[in-house]
Ligand binder design. Structure first.
Ligand code: ADP
Ligand code: MG
Length: 393
């Protein structure tokens, strides 16, 4: 059941409401801890700002009043399309596919597409094509797997190698593949980065069969969830689903706007863990993907080492950023660019955005300040200090 206060407004990807408060019956208002990163329909979000807390207090009173009223007027909310969620574990993470006003079977069908991509692309499952490729065999990929591989090779090239799917030997040396963390020596890393070369791997791919040069290994961790989101969204749309939220382990994909034709609200997780999120994006029909050093890391001798690697040095990418969020139509691109722009850093990342376009970005610096690209203006709210990067500039 939802209780809404506000004006209706249009639902383009990056449009912000003029005014809007929405209260959901199972709102994080009552359970703030539940709101982490995903896009959730019908939230009034927690905000450290005092004014917002005041609004929340008032809103809470209104909720109780309206909830009591709703109990009296039975059937008041019967017209709200119900939502159903398929929750599952794939690609080493928890995933949710929520469909609104549609048969849950559509979500299960989308889930099975993600599951089969997981079986093919997992670097750890012995029956996967990626595992076979990494042991030096000629590995055959399905049509989807092959499409992802060729997109990934193109994206490595497009990002000038900031994204490099052949980074796996370096990931292994750091222990990120086994959770047995260690800091590799300089000479060990220098040897390993010689094996990081997406263009050599791309040459060994004929469109279906991949036979990697000796010692090379691929890792699709930076792009697989984004590609899976694209295929899952495609399947949902083909089944006639008009409103859906997919949260594939922090990669959010949105089908349409919410059932009232309003943008979804997607929280951008606080990379410093001080609050649940640092910004809210009001978006529809797009992907919102974040990469950050806080997702997987370990500490040794007072230093923090995380799982996003600069392919040139083999070291965790340290560019003054805590996280990068990308908003765009293509899930695989958003995924690739969130990792690549984290590696590039703010300055090169903005330069890349100006040259390539087709997506928007949000950078969270190590000091907590935020930079958004100009296309996010009007879709973005935050109580942190923030500035806008312009295309001409
Ligand atoms: P996550 O999958 O944790 O949400 P990313 O999309 O940024 O975050 O992907 C990080 C994963 O991608 C790492 O766990 C590793 O497997 C792989 N990876 C790390 N650095 C790179 C890189 N520079 N290029 C390509 N893949 C990378
Ligand atoms: Mg990524």
């Amino acid at each position: 059941m939802h209780i809404r206060i506000g004006f209706a407004y249009t639902s383009n990807c990056l449009k912000k409401p003029a005014f809007f408060i929405e209260l959901a019956h199972t709102s994080p208002l009552l359970e703030p801890g539940r709101f982490t990163f995903s896009g959730i329909d019908g939230i009034i979000y927690e905000n450290p700002q005092k004014e917002v807390n005041e609004v929340r207090k008032k809103a809470l009173k209104i909720t109780y009043f309206l909830a009591a009223l709703a109990l009296c007027v039975t059937g008041l909310c019967a017209c709200a399309p119900k939502s159903e969620t398929a929750s599952f574990f794939a690609m080493n993470t928890l995933m949710d596919i929520t469909v609104y006003g549609a048969d849950i079977q559509a979500a299960y069908d989308a889930q099975s597409i993600v599951n089969s991509l997981d079986r093919e692309l997992s670097a750890t499952s012995e029956s996967s094509a990626v595992y076979a490729a990494n042991t030096g065999e000629a590995a055959r990929f399905t049509e989807n797997g092959a499409e992802l591989l060729s997109r990934a090779f193109d994206l490595c090239k497009e990002t000038g190698g900031a994204l490099d799917i052949t980074v796996r030997p370096v990931m292994e040396a750091w222990g990120f593949t086994t959770d047995e963390y260690r800091v590799p020596g300089e000479s060990e890393l220098a040897e390993l980065v010689k094996k990081v070369d997406f263009s050599a791997a791309a040459e060994s791919f004929d469109g279906a069969l991949l036979t990697l040069p000796e010692g090379m290994k691929i890792d699709l961790g930076a792009v697989a969830k984004g590609y899976a989101a694209d295929r899952a969204v495609e399947s949902l749309r083909a089944a006639g689903v008009e409103h859906a939220v997919l949260n594939l382990g922090g990669n959010v994909a949105l089908v349409g706007a919410n059932t009232k034709g309003e943008p979804w609200k997607v929280g951008v997780k606080d990379p410093f863990g001080k609050s649940s999120y640092v910004a809210v994006l009001s978006v529809a029909d797009c992907n919102v993907v974040t990469s950050g050093g806080y997702e997987r890391y370990f500490e040794e001798n007072g230093m923090t080492y995380w799982h996003i690697i600069d392919p040139e040095t083999g070291m965790p990418a340290r560019t003054g950023l805590a996280a990068v969020t990308i908003v765009g139509e293509s899930g695989v691109e958003c995924d690739a660019f969130s990792t690549a722009l984290f590696v590039m850093g703010e300055e090169k990342g903005l330069e890349f955005w100006r040259q390539i376009g087709g997506f928007e970005a949000l950078f969270i610096r190590d000091d907590g300040t935020i930079v958004i690209t100009e296309g996010l203006q009007g879709s973005f709210e935050s109580s942190s200090d923030w500035e806008v990067a312009h295309r001409e500039g």
